[in-house]
Design a protein around this ligand. Structure first.
Ligand code: DGL
Length: 276
């Protein structure tokens, strides 16, 4: 039987945003082979209903599982919030990790006062997954959620800073972060969406330097490392893993926007078009 540690770690996102998680994972576990699927044909997931998100995520995860993987990482906050328990049940014993728990840990650890604001897609905020996850880790924390729908297309467009981005951010966040807001003021802003780390500098300008901004990419990579080690599935070092990219639509756009999230070049010839 093939040594399971030699199989790739499979990552899924609704689009290119999860490449921020792939980047963190490649830095943390360079020897691992990584295979990534972005369901760009159906993006955005964040404005869709729960049943639709579960249906889409199951299909995408099945495609990755069919390719052979030792672990499935749902590098999409919306899909994690809606579908993680369903995926775990459906694909058992394949280990399935999401980004919500690691993101919640990062925020709970970072906040001094326990006043936390999580920003994410409408579906993630409505589901309340982050609010519940933080409450489990730090029950006294006061968590407020805010859907910031327009940040997704802005990041995809490469609009990451400047007055327009800050204006939109201010419109979403003003009542929570204005100096005139009633105390207690939030001290931590959790980016609960794959796209939002690209806007971090603009968001910092809007919320002010005293607010700490955290996301789930690094903590997810740490969780994957921990879980692979626990299962005896870590790949031996001394090599650089393969990176394989799949998309459900428009390889050219995936390469263009994906390179923004990856922070490095991606060619359309590196990307495979798949149908789910
Ligand atoms: N990947 C999604 C998330 O992290 C954002 C994009 C979408 O709405 O599909 O929530």
């Amino acid at each position: 039987m093939k040594d399971a540690s030699l199989l790739p770690v499979a990552l899924f996102d609704s689009g290119v945003g999860g490449l921020t998680v792939l980047k963190a994972l490649a830095a943390r576990l360079p020897a691992e082979d990584l295979i990534y699927l972005g369901d760009t044909a159906r993006l955005p997931y964040g404005t869709k209903g729960r049943d639709t998100i579960i249906r889409y995520t199951l299909r995408a995860a099945q495609t990755l599982a069919n390719n052979g993987a030792k672990m499935l990482v749902i590098a999409c906050n919306t899909a994690t919030a809606a579908a993680l328990p369903v995926l775990r049940e459906h694909f058992a014993p394949l280990p399935v990790l999401g980004v919500v728990e690691p993101g919640a840990q990062a925020a709970a650890r970072t906040s001094r006062t326990g006043e936390i604001v999580v920003i994410a897609t409408e579906a993630t905020i409505t589901d309340g997954a982050y609010q519940r996850a933080i409450a489990r880790i730090r029950p006294e924390a006061h968590v407020r959620g805010r859907a910031c729908t327009l940040f997704v297309p802005m990041a995809e467009e490469g609009w990451m800073d400047g007055p327009l981005v800050e204006g939109v951010a201010w419109r979403y966040l003003e009542d929570l972060f204005t100096p005139a807001a009633p105390a207690p003021r939030p001290d931590t802003l959790l980016l609960g969406c794959t796209h939002f780390p690209l806007l971090q500098a603009a968001l910092q300008n809007v919320v002010g330097p005293q607010v700490r901004i955290v996301d789930s990419a690094a903590t997810t990579a740490a969780s994957v490392n921990e879980e692979l080690a626990r299962l005896g599935l870590l790949r031996a070092g001394g090599r650089t893993g393969d990176r394989r990219f799949m998309t459900t639509d428009n390889r050219n756009r995936f390469a263009r926007t994906g390179s923004l999230f990856l922070g490095g070049p991606l060619k359309d010839s590196d990307i495979e078009l798949v149908d789910l």
